[in-house]
Design a protein around this ligand. Structure first.
Ligand code: ATP
Ligand code: MG
Length: 137
């Protein structure tokens, strides 16, 4: 079994899509082991996306990710990282497969509704960014 970090980004929270996304997660058999709604500070968003700090879209991404509340969750299951990335679909919704969250719900390549860890090392960094040991039962 494996854990991954999920976020419902500001565009998803703003458009009342929290329940839609969480239903897809539970219907796929992933368990929600931790869940929180919060608003990232600029420093927290910059830290979370530090790997992208040299990319041209970095400042816009930080502005967007701090524009409103998000939902963070830890998901658990067999191959949870790949299963959740599969439910999300491609980064750019224009390239996402039918039936994925990003195809069905996302607005554009930046406002793409959800985040998922991309590897086990990334999940191991991202999960403690939002949740402490007591919250991860
Ligand atoms: P995430 O890390 O949020 O799960 P991802 O792994 O599919 O998404 P990354 O390449 O890690 O995509 O990019 C992180 C985020 O930066 C994207 O989800 C999107 O919000 C934004 N982003 C990525 N590429 C672009 C781009 N070309 N223009 C604008 N924003 C972008
Ligand atoms: Mg990524």
């Amino acid at each position: 079994t494996e854990r991954t970090l999920c976020m419902i980004k500001p565009d998803g929270v703003e458009r009342n899509l929290i329940g839609n996304v969480l239903t897809r997660i539970e219907s796929a058999g992933l368990r929600i082991v931790a869940l929180r709604k919060l608003r990232l500070t600029k420093a927290q968003a910059e830290g979370f996306y530090a790997v992208h700090k040299e990319r041209p879209f970095f400042q816009s991404l930080v502005d967007y990710m701090t524009s409103g509340p998000i939902v963070a969750a830890v998901l658990e299951g067999e191959n949870a990282i790949a299963v959740w990335r599969g439910l999300m679909g491609a980064t750019n919704p224009a390239n996402a497969d039918a039936g994925t969250i990003r195809k069905d719900l996302a607005l554009d390549v930046e406002r793409n509704t959800v985040h998922g860890s991309d590897a086990s090392e990334t999940a191991a960094q991202e999960i403690p960014y939002f949740f402490n040991a007591m919250e991860l039962q």
